[in-house]
Design a protein around this ligand. Structure first.
Ligand code: NA7
Length: 533
């Protein structure tokens, strides 16, 4: 490894979530001098911040875990099929200890801006502690869902109770027992929160703008036999994940809806509904491309909602009808729809009248006043581009935020032209959020580590995408999306949840397997589409 003694570091990594931790580990193992800056006071990223009640991963834990170290894989035992946030955070802490990562992480420090010296090929990294360090490379491992979206309702300051955003949940215990609680939103975070707190709060009012499809998790403790079976086959399982579309072991029929009788199609869905989790949209090959096939799946889920929810009017309100299933991220729950059969849980349809303002006692929606002790904003994130745009990134000619004003432009979701030596882990244009994040993270991190290693070995010090290659990739990401139903929903994939954000489908829908092959081929072809110097 070439080291420039005048510089503080070879590589600065931003973020100590699952991406940043693994990036630090791999680069350090190869002898690079690295340092991580992390806003929180601990590792874990998403699992550090999202401490709201009921927070849980909806990818199975034996898949949602690192594969890079065989001993780690064998010694760690997941308690549940879908582990809860505290267990995932424990795992992140364990990894940080086991690989002695903390010594190279500065906590409670946010990177405010990055500035590239085009002549020297050096990034200056400015932190909110007024520190400036210089490095040859920067890796933004800042997550796709880390910039909370807090809608600005009139009168928010007037409210005398407490307001919490799920993605910025306080670290101290929040006592909601017996309280009057309002929840704004019905996405994944809301669905988990509502289900968890409904039995213990006094009164719970849910403000819904768009209902979501949610599938039971069928969560349960893993048995010793199950754990042993997974551990004995981990190498094969990991290879299956890497070669799969979404980084999970697929349970697909391999058929289109039309190839099955209606009865067999229904059975296939029933089986996946009972087995639990996100598999239901992968049951048929054409769910996400053929509206008629999609409606078979959507109508199946709606029929389940009608069966679970006692009050027919509430069941109708909870049944998504305005977008195809799977085009907004499906949710995974443990008794969500059942919550509405409780006397203390109320659903307010914001389509009948939006939230007008917050008041001293609560909020006013559709001309009606509601009183609360606590209002929970489960209103989501400025996804994918938000975290990058929160940093003032200057490549020399201009800022990344300016360049991305009309939507993100990247090559492979890894780099952006005009910003040499700046890598993004699971950036816009990569499959990331459409996959098991850890599978995508490991692939991206390995690619970045190999690339920096290659540059050093070749005596080079700079890499940047070629504009034509980037333009072609942006087109390819758009074309791939346009061949599916995905752009039809007002989803955070489309940037549609943020007022004023450009509407463009951000992740690459082609699949992690296809994407991995593309990245490998780019390297095999001598970093095709990149300019190296
Ligand atoms: P989501 O999925 O973006 O959900 C946010 C929810 O908040 C959604 O129901 C929104 O309704 C609602 N929302 C947002 N702004 C408002 C306003 N101003 N008024 C009323 N309702 C509002 O975020 P989550 O945190 O639940 O999940 C994010 C991802 O994390 C999830 O997809 C998984 O991948 C894990 P809308 O649908 O926009 O009408």
């Amino acid at each position: 490894t070439r080291q420039d003694a005048n510089l503080d570091y070879d590589v600065v990594i931003i973020g100590a979530g699952f991406a940043g931790m693994y990036q630090l580990h791999t680069l350090r193992s190869k002898g690079f001098r690295c340092h991580v800056y992390e806003t929180g006071d601990g590792v874990g990223g998403t699992w550090y911040w999202n401490r709201y009640p009921g927070a849980r991963c909806d990818v199975e834990s034996v898949y949602y875990s690192y594969s890079f170290d065989k001993d780690l894989e064998q010694e760690w035992t997941w308690p549940e099929r879908y582990s809860a946030q505290p267990d995932i955070l424990k795992y992140a802490d364990h990894v940080a200890d086991r690989f002695d990562l903390r010594k190279d992480i500065t906590f409670e420090t946010r990177v405010d801006s990055l500035e590239f010296d085009q002549a020297a090929n050096i990034w200056s990294v400015h932190t909110d502690k007024d520190e400036i360090v210089q490095a040859r490379y920067v890796v933004a491992a800042i997550g796709c869902l880390s910039s909370s979206q807090i809608p600005q309702f009139d009168g928010m300051d007037d409210f005398r109770g407490k307001i919490y955003h799920t993605g910025r949940w306080p670290h101290e215990d929040v006592d909601l027992d017996g309280k009057r609680v309002g929840v704004v939103g019905t996405g994944s975070s809301a669905i988990q929160t509502i289900t968890k707190i409904a039995p213990s709060v006094g009164d719970l009012t849910v403000f819904q703008r768009t209902p979501n499809f949610s599938i039971p998790a069928n969560n349960r403790p893993l048995t010793e036999d199950e754990i042993a079976a997974v551990k004995s086959r981990y190498p094969q399982i990991r290879e299956t994940l890497r070669r799969s579309r979404a980084g999970i072991v697929p349970k697909a029929t391999g058929k289109t809806v039309g190839e099955l009788t209606p009865e067999d199609a229904r059975k296939a869905l029933q089986m996946r509904w009972e087995d639990g989790g996100l598999q239901i949209t992968a049951a048929f090959e054409d769910t996400l491309v053929n509206p008629a096939a999609n409606d078979v799946v959507a109508e199946f889920v709606r029929s389940q909602i009608r069966e679970i929810v006692d009050d027919p009017h509430t069941a109708e309100l909870l049944s998504p009808k305005t977008y195809p299933i799977g085009t907004k991220r499906c949710c995974v729950d443990t008794g969500y729809f059942e919550s509405y059969n409780r006397d203390n849980v109320h659903l307010v349809d914001l389509n009948a009248g939006p939230i007008e303002r917050f008041t001293a006692q609560g909020l006013r929606a559709g001309g009606k006043d509601y009183e609360f002790d606590v209002i929970i904003l489960a209103t989501g994130f400025d996804a994918m581009t938000g975290p990058l745009n929160n940093i003032d990134i200057r490549g020399g000619a201009g800022s990344l935020k300016e360049k991305w004003e009309h939507g993100p432009r990247t090559y492979l979701g890894i780099m952006s032209e005009g910003f040499p030596n700046l890598f993004m882990i699971t950036g816009p244009g990569s499959p990331s959020v459409l996959s098991n994040m850890i599978v995508s993270i490991e692939q991206h991190v390995d690619w970045v580590t190999d690339t920096i290693g290659h540059l050093d070995e070749s005596g080079m010090s700079r890499i940047e995408p070629v504009k034509e290659a980037e333009d072609k990739w942006v087109d390819r990401v758009n074309e791939a999306a346009s061949m599916t139903l995905m752009p039809q929903a007002n989803s955070w994939y489309m940037g549609a949840n943020i007022p004023g954000k450009t509407r463009i489908f951000m992740p690459f829908v082609g699949g992690v397997n296809v994407y991995r092959d593309i990245c490998d081929k780019v390297v095999a072809d001598g970093y095709d589409g990149f300019a190296l110097a």
